[in-house]
Design a protein around this ligand. Structure first.
Ligand code: SF4
Ligand code: SF4
Length: 265
C-alpha cells in the first residue's frame, strides 16, 4: 500500500479542491451536473467498471467514494480546474497502477452507477476484475528496448494476465545472426488496462502505456468481413441484401455492392 503518499485523506483532498475553487458547500449532485455539460473526454483512465466516457461524465457525482475505497491509492481525484473534469476519479498507472483487487472494493460503493457492477460480474454473479476495461496498453516499438534486441520482459512479467494480455513473440535477429528478439505483444481482447506493465517499464518514459479503449483502438467498418471466421459468415448475406444501399453521393455504395472482393480467404 502507499498510504503515506498523500498528506491528507482523499476525502480531505477533495474538500480542499472544492474549498480552493469555491465549490465547498455545493452538493455533489450539482457538481455532477456541472460535469455533464463540460469537458471533451481526455485521455484519463477511469476506475474498473466505469461506463463509457460520455455516460460516466453524466453519471459520476464526484463524491470520491471509489477513491476512498481503493486500498492502494490507485485512484486519484482530478484537481484540474481548467477542463471541467475537476473531482473526477482516474488512474495514473505510471505512478500507481490498479492492483486488480478480487473483491473490487472501489465499485460497489459507487452510489450513482457510474461504476457498473454488472459489467464486472460473471454469469453466476461473481465479481471478476479481469472483466474490467480501464484501457488498453499500447507499445511504442521505437523506444521499447526489447524491439531493439535487448533482453527485457519487465512488462510481460508484471502483467496479471501473463500470456493472455501480453505475450512474448520470438523472432530471429537478422542483424546479429545469433541473437533473438523476444518482443512483447499486447492482446487487447484480454488487456484490462490495469497499467502494471506501464508501471514496470524500465525506460525513462514508459514505452508501454495504457490509453482509454476508444483512444487506443481502431474501427474496421461493417463492410469488411473475415471470410475465415465462421461467426462472421452470416454477415455475407447481410451485405448481399444491402446492394441497394446508397452512398453520400447518391450512388450505390461500391464497397457494399462489391462484397465478393471484400471476403478474404
Ligand atoms: S480494483 Fe483495487 S486497486 Fe484497482 S482501482 Fe479498484 S480498489 Fe483500487
Ligand atoms: S464513487 Fe462513483 S460517483 Fe463517486 S466519484 Fe467514484 S465513480 Fe464518481
Amino acid at each position: 500500500m502507499n498510504k503515506d503518499k498523500q498528506p491528507t485523506t482523499r476525502r480531505e483532498a477533495l474538500k480542499n479542491i472544492f474549498r480552493s475553487t469555491g465549490y465547498l458547500g455545493i452538493g455533489g449532485t450539482f457538481l455532477g451536473t456541472i460535469a455533464s455539460g463540460l469537458a471533451a473526454p481526455k485521455l484519463e483512465l477511469r476506475p474498473p467498471g466505469a461506463l463509457n466516457e460520455n455516460d460516466f461524465l453524466k453519471s459520476c457525482l464526484k463524491c470520491g467514494a471509489c477513491v476512498e475505497a481503493c486500498p492502494y491509492d490507485s485512484l486519484i481525484l482530478n484537481n484540474s480546474t481548467e477542463d471541467g473534469t475537476l473531482g473526477l476519479p482516474y488512474l495514473k498507472p505510471r505512478i500507481i497502477p490498479c492492483y486488480m483487487c478480487t473483491d473490487i472494493p472501489c465499485v460497489p460503493v459507487c452510489p450513482s452507477g457510474a461504476l457498473d457492477i454488472k459489467s464486472l460480474q460473471n454469469d453466476d454473479g461473481v465479481m471478476d476484475i479481469n472483466k474490467s476495461k480501464m484501457g488498453v496498453a499500447i507499445i511504442h516499438k521505437e523506444t521499447c528496448i526489447a524491439y531493439w534486441g535487448i533482453q527485457c520482459d519487465a512488462c510481460y512479467r508484471a502483467c496479471p494476465l501473463i500470456d493472455e494480455a501480453i505475450s512474448l513473440v520470438y523472432e530471429k535477429n537478422e542483424r546479429t545472426g545469433k541473437h533473438a528478439f523476444l518482443k512483447p505483444v499486447v492482446h487487447s481482447d484480454f488487456c484490462t488496462g490495469c497499467g502494471k506493465c506501464e508501471h514496470a517499464c524500465i525506460t525513462e518514459k514508459a514505452a508501454i502505456m495504457v490509453l482509454p479503449v476508444d483512444a487506443a483502438t481502431g474501427k474496421v467498418g461493417d463492410h469488411y468481413i473475415k471470410g475465415w471466421d465462421k461467426s462472421d459468415e452470416s454477415r455475407i448475406n447481410e451485405i448481399k441484401d444491402s446492394k441497394s444501399r446508397i452512398n453520400k453521393q447518391g450512388e450505390p455504395d461500391k464497397y457494399l455492392n462489391d462484397w465478393e472482393s471484400l471476403i478474404e480467404d
